[in-house]
Ligand binder design. Structure first.
Ligand SMILES: NC(=O)c1ccc[n+]([C@@H]2O[C@H](COP(=O)([O-])OP(=O)(O)OC[C@H]3O[C@@H](n4cnc5c(N)ncnc54)[C@H](O)[C@@H]3O)[C@@H](O)[C@H]2O)c1
Length: 259
């Protein structure tokens, strides 16, 4: 039990990578506060953890609202007495509304930046003093391969994830003295509800799979990386953006075409 007696928050934990990560962190011994806009689904993530012998509570919270981030941290500390691990997972890809900048509605831009990037700042802002008080800990932020290789036509999403990568690096410098490490992960394309919107045919999905060196990723394999980054096994890492994309970026030329 690598994470025994550790308390963790996972945002956007109603499904996809967030749920898989919450389950994996709990399996490693952490006590969980799982949050999402989708309360019922978040409750069911917490139930799955408890059914497996773990400890978890669910909270309806909008990751893109500072007051909700504060409430999330307060809930974790009040309920479990401390906070050690944060996985900033909540995110949106507004396919069909995001695009190239001349075409994006400014409200859509604001929403993507708020949920994907400002959310990371909000939770870190409220969590870090408590993590410092607990003797240190680890923050993991969901960036994306799009932080370094935009797909084209998703300016808001790409900018938000590039922002997450840089916030991670910048923040890590200030967190060292508190014993708090901060790292970001950059998956390629993972088989989750987020991509179900893009993969409207099996053919399209197979095309995306071929775009990786070793096929599509699973939420569970990303979750294993989150556990590693949350644990002391990754103590050398802080300020890192971990490319974990099964070669999605490695197999593209700078112009985006396959090698
Ligand atoms: N799926 C991929 O291919 C992929 C690749 C790279 C990065 N990511 C990133 O990983 C994270 C998880 O992705 P996923 O594929 O599991 O997505 P998903 O859409 O399957 O799950 C995202 C979860 O976040 C929740 N959420 C959305 N807005 C929220 C808000 N304002 N407050 C709280 N919860 C909110 C949703 O309800 C959902 O449960 C996201 O940040 C995403 O950008 C995903």
């Amino acid at each position: 039990m690598q994470l025994a007696n550790k308390v963790a928050i996972v945002t956007g934990a109603a499904g996809g990578i967030g749920r898989a990560s919450a389950l994996a962190l709990a399996k490693a011994g952490a006590k969980l506060v799982v949050t999402d806009l989708e309360q019922e689904q978040a409750e069911s993530t917490a139930s799955l953890i408890r059914d497996d012998g773990g400890d978890a509570i669910a909270l309806a919270a909008d990751a893109g609202v500072a007051r909700d981030a504060e409430r999330t941290v307060t809930t974790a500390v009040d309920h479990y007495g401390a906070l050690h691990i944060v996985y900033n997972n909540a995110g949106v890809a507004l396919i069909g509304q995001d695009g190239f900048s001349p075409d994006i509605d400014p409200e859509v831009w604001d929403r993507v930046i708020r949920i994907n990037l400002s959310s990371v700042f909000y939770l870190c802002h409220y969590a870090i003093p408590h993590m410092a008080k607990a003797g240190g800990g680890s923050i993991v932020n969901a960036a994306s391969s799009m932080a370094t290789l935009p797909l084209g036509g998703m300016d808001a999403y790409a900018a938000s994830k590039g922002g997450v990568a840089m916030l991670t690096k910048s923040l890590s410098a200030g967190c060292g003295k508190h014993g708090v490490r901060v790292n970001a992960i950059g998956p390629g394309y993972v088989d989750t509800p987020m991509n179900a919107v893009i993969w409207q045919s099996e053919e399209l999905k197979a095309g995306f799979a071929r775009g990786h060196a070793t096929g599509l990723q699973t939420a569970e394999e990303i979750a294993e990386l989150v556990v590693f980054l949350a644990s002391d096994a990754s103590r050398s890492l802080t300020g890192a953006m971990i490319t974990c994309d099964r070669g999605w970026t490695a197999t593209k030329r700078p112009d985006g075409l396959p090698i």
